[in-house]
Design a protein around this ligand. Sequence first.
Ligand SMILES: NC(=O)C1=CN([C@@H]2O[C@H](COP(=O)(O)OP(=O)(O)OC[C@H]3O[C@@H](n4cnc5c(N)ncnc54)[C@H](O)[C@@H]3O)[C@@H](O)[C@H]2O)C=CC1
Ligand SMILES: O=C([O-])CC(=O)C(=O)O
Length: 329
Amino acid sequence: MTQAPVNVTVTGAAGQIGYALLFRIASGQLLGPDTPVKLRLLEIPQAVKAAEGTAMELDDGAFPLLSGIDIFDDPKQAFSGTNIALLVGARPRTKGMERGDLLEANGGIFKPQGEAINAGAADDIRVLVVGNPANTNALIAKSHAPDVPADRFTAMTRLDHNRALAQLSKKLDVPVSDIKRLAIWGNHSATQYPMITHGTVGGKNLAEAVNDQTWVEETFIPTVAKRGAAIIEARGLSSAASAASAAIDHVYTWVNGTDEGDWTSAAVISDGSYGVPEGLISSFPVTAKDGKYEIVQGLEIDDFSRTRIDATVGELAEERDAVQKLGLI
Ligand SMILES: NC(=O)C1=CN([C@@H]2O[C@H](COP(=O)(O)OP(=O)(O)OC[C@H]3O[C@@H](n4cnc5c(N)ncnc54)[C@H](O)[C@@H]3O)[C@@H](O)[C@H]2O)C=CC1
Ligand SMILES: O=C([O-])CC(=O)C(=O)O
């Protein structure tokens, strides 16, 4: 192990996703088995003690790749020199809270975090926003980091992608690894569009293999799009281990690349591709190469997909307009 450790900042470190995520980072699953990591945990002051408890357990894991843990309640310190930032901590929606209140409360978190990343993160900083509303929180953070290339801000739809893989694997009775070129479009919300049109399974077209448009529209799409709510209903808590696993997948792929001929899904800054307004952080089919996510170009979009993409992207535009009105971007 000769490489210098990579600094990884995790916000919301004392939360339930943090608890599932940190041990996997420490064991080398975020960046690979040859890359040592240094953890920088950010929490609100009331949760610092709980984060200290998690750090004690991380110590007790005796992970060979974990070269240190620091805990902060100040974003400026937490993001100083960081290479990878996982923005997990967010303000959850509580009873009686309107959508605007939620966006405003999260603006109070993601604006200072964007500023702190701008001020002190390493030049190769890569940011993944997990905390909801993830796409718009990423947009807020990006807006306050003008010196960081915009394509370094991403939001997580890999969990939706993995959920879609799992549903298709069950439907077709094939291993998830046989299914390629699946794509989640738009917002990480119930309007998202999981698209199978260009997918493949064992080299054959995925939509033809499924051959059941009623199942796609009435079962597959709603199951994937509403899975978060179904998990809350069943567990009494929102998805945590699966969300942590998807965050690991998102960063691992970003750094190590997609397989030749395959895609994944990530919410990245739109360059106007497929009519998605430039500047929105929207999920697209993406490849990763040389440490960069790129939107897959040139796909034919059928009428059904167009309608679904327009709806979810329309919701993103509304969220952008709302945070613009609140002066958060
Ligand atoms: N994009 C996705 O696919 C998914 C996103 N999520 C979202 O991830 C977020 C975290 O989920 P959980 O870990 O289950 O929540 P949690 O409530 O268990 O933990 C959140 C943690 O964030 C901390 N926090 C709050 N404000 C902070 C700030 N300003 N700086 C640092 N830390 C702060 C809290 O103290 C808490 O420890 C939620 O917004 C949830 O909706 C959850 C699942 C999937
Ligand atoms: O729905 C939630 O609150 C958590 C979430 O984002 C998901 O599980 O996809």
